[in-house]
Design a protein. Sequence first.
Length: 74
Amino acid sequence: MTILPSQINDMLRLYSRFSSNNNHQPDDPFPAVDEPQDVVDISTEAKKRQIQDETRMEVMKKIKETGIVGKERL
């Protein structure tokens, strides 16, 4: 199975559009209150690379689950 660079770029654009949406609800409805937050600053390039890697893994997982035609595998 071959995944074209244009397919990855399309998924990255789609991911970017949805991740910048301000109406995003957190997955955890009850965040921990007493735990201190760790703050880590990473460069823009590192953040971009991280998003690309996460998106690539998510796309691969989705393709493995549903196949290229979009039908769920049994």
